[in-house]
Design a protein around this ligand. Structure first.
Ligand SMILES: [Zn+2]
Length: 118
């Protein structure tokens, strides 16, 4: 399941960054996941459970996910739209494969941390 691997690398960089700043505990991890990021939303919680094992400072962290819908942009029409199909076709001029402005995110948004073990 590739969600586990993606989650592990996300957590790893979060932990590294936090440790560099002297953080001793991560209580909450907020992330942004796009509709077109290729992950199955239902599997994220499970992937997170596995990925956080052994991370010590993030072992009991909670996960919050903000899901972002896909937004495409058509340069011909100068409009942004939510695609209704997989080829990202513009609803006005029917041009396929429009630029994706939003929806591929798989990233950290926010960490809630403490500097002392409570
Ligand atoms: Zn268009």
């Amino acid at each position: 399941m590739h969600e586990v691997r993606m989650m592990q690398s996300l957590l790893e960089s979060a932990v590294k960054r936090a440790q560099k700043e002297g953080v001793q505990h991560i209580g909450l991890i907020q992330m942004r996941v796009g509709e077109a990021s290729g992950v199955v939303p239902d599997s994220l919680e499970f992937a997170f459970d596995i990925a956080q094992r052994g991370t010590i400072i993030a072992e009991d962290a909670k996960l919050q996910v903000e899901y972002l819908p896909v937004r495409c942009y058509c340069a011909n029409c100068n409009i942004e739209f939510h695609p209704i199909n997989q080829i990202y076709e513009c609803p006005e001029c029917r041009q396929p494969h429009c630029e994706v402005h939003q929806g591929k995110e798989f990233e950290l948004a926010f960490l809630e941390v403490s500097y002392f073990n409570l």
